[in-house]
Every structure is written in C-alpha cells, then in structure tokens.
Ligand binder design. Structure first.
Ligand SMILES: *Cc1c(COP(=O)(O)O)cnc(C)c1O
Length: 397
C-alpha cells in the first residue's frame, strides 16, 4: 500500500507486485485433460484436416452458442476473410474506426476497402447513423464489432443493411459467451467470427470460429477453409488454408470447459475493481450490456479532455508491474497503413476520445480479486494525488 507519492515505483518506491501482470494472459485449464487430448491425437496419427477434436469443438460450440453451424478456423483474421469471400463482398466495407487494427487489415489483405465510421460514446460500437452518412455506391457490406463483448445495435445495423441491400457480418472476437437481448451472439447477421487467440476468454492458442445459421454459406466457408476441396481431388472454388489443427482444438475444448469458472472468477475481479473506484468522479469501469457477459475485459474510462491522466496512469501502473494496455490507441483510421491512405475521414471524434481515455486492466485467473482490489486502490490513490503527481511527472519529463 502506498502512503505518499514517494512510495510510487515511478518515483523510486517498491513496485506493488513482484511479478508482471498482463492484460490477456491465458487463464488456467485442466492440464491433465489437455495432455490426454493431445496424447489421443498423437495416438490416432491425425493432427489436422477436420480431425475428431476439431469436430467435437465445433459441435460443442454450436450447442453452447445455440447456432446451427460452427466452422473452426486457424484465426479470426482468416475467418473474417473467409466470410467476406464466401459472401462475394467486393469494394467498400463500412466498419467502426474504434476496434483492433486486425479487423481492418483482414479486409484490406483481400483487396477490400475499410470505410471507418464513428462509434457511439456509450456502447463504443458502430453508430448506425454513420452508416447512412458514409455509404456510397461502392458500399458492399457492413462489418459490426461487438467490442468488449458488448453487443452492437444489431436491429439498427440490420435495418441499414436491408436499406443498402448489402450483407451484414460481425467481428465477435471479444464476444464468446455474450448475448444480445437474451440471444447468444453468434446468431446475428449473415455470420459472426469469434477469435480463440491466446489473449481471448476461450483460447485454442491461435484459432477462431465462424458461426452462421445459413447452411449454404456454411458449406462454402467449409470448402474455402480447405483449399476449395469437396472430394479427394476435386476443388470447386478458390480456397485457402484456414484449417484448425488438432492440438488447437484440444486446447479450445479444454479452455471452453474452464470458461464457467473463468467467468465467475472475472465477475469477482470486476467487483473488486469496481468497489475500489466507484467513489471517483471522473473514473469508471465500463458496464456489461446485459446479464450474459463474459467479463473478460476490464475497461477503465476516464472523463478528461486530452488523455493526459490516462497516459500518466498507464505509465504509473507499468512501473508497479501492472501492464495495463491502451486499447485501442490511436484508432484504426489514425494508424498505419490507413492514416496516409487518403481514404480515411479527417476525424472520428468519439473514436478519438475513446482511444485517448480508455485503459484495459488485467483480468483472468493469473490475478486474484484481492490483487485487483490492490490495483483499484492504487488507481484511486494516484487520482487523489493527481496534482502532485502531475507536477512531478512534468518536472521529471
Ligand atoms: C483478437 C482480435 C482479432 C483477431 O483475432 P485473431 O484470432 O488473432 O486473428 C480481430 N478483431 C478483434 C476485435 C480482436 O480483438
């Protein structure tokens, strides 16, 4: 516990933690079960190409999400590309400026043009009014992102997609286990794409899953995932290698089994953070969009015009060995390769304010609720002493 500003690690004090606390460090799984699954794959000599573990993962996820088709893929990035290709999208795709850069680069890499739209200040998700503002004759699709696992305004986006006669699909990388109006995410638009990357709430190391209730679309994605093959030596379409391997599926299944416990743990972590900062006027923790939320992201939101204190808080936490992250700075439209492309709006005010004023805090089983409380108390302490800290930071550069 810090008593004076001199106790801060940034000013020579002892760090709050003697180990590094990361955002997105994988939560614990049952390692014996994992090892047995991997051993089984070795025993079968079946390591990839639609193996039994991949099929079990797909079936388990279909049931968990209440969706007809789950197609396991090598990453969400490839999943987004497979969906866009299978939908025949060519041209411009309307998407939020406030997301992980990979949402946009996945599209650019297959020759599509992301058109960045601003987001809503409350939900941090795509503003439907922006769709109408930025649509052109070249608009070919709408890509929503359920950021932090909080659902988009799905109905409004569906209405906009109908008006423009273009498909709607979702980057649901953050959203496994979350819902929209009591229906699990994974069931909306033409298709949704979840990430199972190691930083996500359920992980297959690298990996992703495409979900859809459209059987024809599912079939086309399955074919494209495996080089376009339908039979031993017959290809029907331009495919690619987007397959998930058996070790990844082993991890995915084991991680999915751990999910209820991980979620419960993160509920406690969130409660600890919230209790320690709830009395602060200008700092809050974002709220779930509904009862079904995975609690994977703990996002601190600061009310300030310029991001100075957010950046100071980020630096102060790092010195205490808390590796908080500034997701998603600076906003995709302001990052390479888009900033200089000449195809981006001059300014997306809400996106830019969020990029300047949010801070992601550690969650997961690496961190106990008591440690989350210590981080929250530290943030409250810094805030209480912000003028003294500001002077010293400015003085020491
Ligand atoms: C992680 C992430 C991706 C990329 O997922 P991969 O499985 O690593 O390709 C895409 N979009 C968002 C919003 C993400 O957070």
């Amino acid at each position: 516990m810090k008593r004076t500003v001199d106790d801060l690690a940034a000013f020579g004090g002892t760090p709050l933690f003697d180990r590094l606390l990361h955002v997105g460090r994988p939560s614990d799984v049952d390692r014996r079960v994992l090892a047995a699954r991997i051993d089984g794959a070795m025993e079968r000599h079946w390591l990839t190409n639609d193996g039994p573990l991949v099929r079990t993962l797909e079936a388990t996820l279909s049931e968990f999400l209440g969706v007809r088709h789950c197609i396991a893929v090598s990453s969400a990035t490839v999943g987004l590309q497979l969906v866009a290709k299978a939908l025949g999208v060519r041209g411009e795709v309307l998407m939020p400026g406030f997301t992980f850069v990979g949402t946009a680069t996945a599209l650019s890499w297959i020759g599509l043009t992301p058109v960045f739209c601003d987001v809503l200040p409350e939900s941090h998700n795509l503003d439907p009014a922006e769709i109408r503002r930025r649509a052109t004759s070249a608009t070919a699709a709408i890509l929503g992102v359920h950021l932090w696992g909080r659902s988009c305004d799905v109905e409004q986006l569906e209405a906009a997609a109908r008006e423009l006669s273009v498909p709607l699909f979702f980057d649901s990388a953050h959203a496994l286990g979350c819902s929209h109006r009591s229906r699990p995410l994974g069931n909306f638009g033409c298709a949704e794409v979840f990430s199972l990357h190691a930083t996500k709430v359920v992980t297959s190391l690298e990996g992703g899953v495409v979900t859809t209730n459209d059987s024809d679309l599912a079939e086309r994605i399955r074919q494209a995932r495996n080089f376009g093959f339908v039979k031993e030596d017959q290809t029907v379409a331009l495919g690619i290698n987007g397959k998930m391997n058996e070790f990844s599926a082993a991890m995915g299944l084991t991680s999915l089994e751990a999910y209820p416990g991980v979620r419960a743990h993160n509920v406690a972590v969130h409660a600890a953070y919230r209790a320690t900062i709830v009395h602060l006027n200008e700092i809050s923790l974002i709220e779930p969009s509904g009862p079904e939320w995975n609690y994977h992201y703990a996002i601190l939101q600061l009310q300030e015009p310029d991001g100075f204190w957010r950046n100071a808080q980020h630096r102060l936490l790092q010195k205490e060995n808390v590796l908080a992250r500034r997701y998603f700075t600076p906003g995709v439209h302001r990052s390479a390769p888009y900033a200089e492309s000449g195809h981006v709006p001059e300014s997306l005010p809400v996106t830019e304010r969020l990029a300047d004023t949010l801070l992601s805090l550690p969650t997961g089983t690496q961190l106990s609720p008591a440690e989350a409380a210590a981080i929250g108390e530290f943030i409250a302490f810094c805030y209480a002493h912000r003028s003294e800290i500001t002077d010293r930071l400015r003085g020491t550069g």
